[in-house]
Design a protein around this ligand. Sequence first.
Ligand SMILES: [Zn+2]
Length: 404
Amino acid sequence: MYLYNSFTATREPFVIPTAAERPVTLYVCGVTPYDTTHVGHARTYLVFDVLIRYLRWRGAEVRYCQNVTDVDDPLFERAERDGISWQELSRRELERFVSDCAALNMIAPTYLPKASEEIAAVIEMNEHLVRLGHAYVCEGNVYFDIHTDPNFGAMARMGYEAMLATANQRGNTPNDPRKRDPLDFVLWQTGKPGEPTWESPWGMGRPGWHIECSAMATRYLGPQIDIHGGGSDLLFPHHSCEIAQSEAVTGKRPFSRFWVHVGMVYLDGEKMSKSLGNLVLAHKALQEHQANALRWYLLHVPYRDIFPYERGEVGGAGGQAGHLHDALRATGGAATALDVSRAREAFGAALADDLNTPLALDVLTRTAHEVLRAAAEGRDIEAAQATLAELAGVLGFQHPTGDE
Ligand SMILES: [Zn+2]
């Protein structure tokens, strides 16, 4: 298949290994569990869900790691505001996230590690970075020295000033006097009073955000992985910092062969985000619409594009999913059997082309109409229905059941 690789900014062939050869390793940055899942998160994880289903359909085994960022400022701030422990908040919100994903029929990750349970791996990686001269210690904090990596930020294709401005918008603290360069990023920090801390060679503290993902990806999937994914807002600095840390520690390049980024979801012209508060929550949308409708809607735009969410349009996608449902439940006759083998080819070609889900959905729609027409003509549709069900499964649509 062809996949767009953000690292090279080109579409590149991704040769799918068979399950007998080796597993495909996929790491996707997970949520910070302090608030309810919105449809922007849902879109990102749905795209990787379809990628996994497609790779399996093509005969691959996929090892999928999605982390839980349960050691992070917004989580601690929310727990303090609401007067509950960060552990309790994180447990409750993770449960909700997992249940929203299950309601959308997403395949559960092979590994779902929590940062709070991976502190030893983080400390070990930081010790390596210090020993190798890529990191320095100052007053209990550890920082990555970006000048030790001549390729730092290569994937972002930005100059130093643009990188610094972007990092500052996304949590960087340029005025921290302990840093050698404002763009150096924190690997270990003493933390504010009241925040959870762990023992380390540098005193009590907690991990920086970026290092958590490098530690978990390496621990669960190995020093080099096939595909690393996430929302497009993570490309810089988060993923660029992950590359710098991981490659410095393992000495292996590239850390990930492919970097796949899903476009943001917009509502009323602005990026849907917890900080702006313009959210459509996944579980609310699922109260109004069937899971197949929401899945269809979120997959109808190419995954790299911005998704302009329109509440009124989910119903239309529900209509399309309804046709699929009708076609799978239709009853045919004994006249000439309907042959939809070309639909299978067209569907496979669409997904092989950088996961073109809108085109794959078109194939499903056309095939569903063909099946319904053939059923009305009394033709044998059994084999066609089996193919249609198989293709619908690759896009993760749940089978219609007898009881409605
Ligand atoms: Zn991450």
